[in-house]
Design a protein around this ligand. Structure first.
Ligand code: ATP
Length: 237
């Protein structure tokens, strides 16, 4: 089980400072939501956690050990995986081949088989379509494949960037249920970045509100659903 601490991280794009000192914690086995408007720094935070963006300062601590000096491949081995915004599938490769991309660091074929079974169990539609080209699937099905690909390394911390974006409501709820089931049955921690704040807060144990590169509020999902600032800013109440 993995506990992750994000301590005062600062991240730049060139000269522009995108994160100004972000801190939060992900306890093992929890679903943690990061919400906030466009450009608030949520995706940048996930990229920094995955090792795709360097920290200017601050630290990332996994089970008491610094991980911010390791690269993305090493972080996959440490149990971290990201399903990126926009899915980033290979459209002309089959669904199965796309899933296997997520398993390239896994040596044991037994382990690969287990992960694949897990993906198919959570997303039966993905199994049905495993031989189809990924680009021929609906947006929601592609999102399932993207999450499945991230699951193929059997992560202990699964990070999802905007899984509901542009997807039909019925499929959004299927995906949400699959994520909750994965968390409940395997204890996988989930870091969920979502524009759909209501959904994210309902699903999460704990949530952090981002604004302009800072965390400005935090609490349990339920607390934030009842918070008048959050209601006005993100829930349209
Ligand atoms: P969104 O939901 O729109 O992705 P976000 O909360 O995830 O929003 P980020 O994408 O992390 O926000 O963006 C944080 C800040 O960093 C913004 O000011 C954005 O313009 C800037 N930024 C993001 N990516 C780049 C990039 N590749 N080059 C330069 N600036 C960037």
């Amino acid at each position: 089980m993995r506990t992750l601490e994000v301590n005062d991280i600062v991240v730049h794009y060139g000269l522009v400072e995108a994160l100004h000192g972000v801190s939060f914690k992900v306890d093992a086995g929890r679903i943690v939501a990061l919400i906030g408007s466009n450009g608030a720094g949520k995706s940048t935070t996930l990229k920094a956690l995955m090792g795709l963006k360097k920290l200017t300062s601050g630290s990332l601590v996994l089970d008491g050990e610094r991980m911010d000096t390791s690269n993305a491949a090493q972080r996959v081995s440490m149990g971290i995986a990201l399903s990126p915004e926009g899915r980033r599938l290979f459209p002309r490769m089959s669904v199965w081949e796309n899933l296997m991309v997520g398993a390239h660091t896994v040596r044991s074929s037994e382990q690969k088989k287990k992960s694949l079974e897990r993906v198919y169990e959570l997303f039966p539609r993905v199994q049905e379509r495993r031989q189809q080209m990924a680009g021929s699937l609906s947006g929601g099905e592609q999102q399932m494949v993207a999450i499945g690909r991230a699951m193929m390394s059997s992560p202990q911390i699964l990070m999802l960037d905007e899984p509901s974006l542009g997807i039909a409501p019925k499929i959004v709820s299927e995906i949400a249920q699959a994520i909750q089931r994965l968390n409940r049955e395997t204890g996988t921690s989930v870091i969920l970045v979502e524009q759909n704040a209501r959904l994210a807060l309902k699903m999460s144990d704990h949530a952090y509100v981002f604004e302009q590169g800072l965390v400005i509020r935090s609490g349990s999902g339920q607390e934030l659903l009842n918070d008048s600032f959050v209601q006005k800013a993100f829930l349209g109440i």
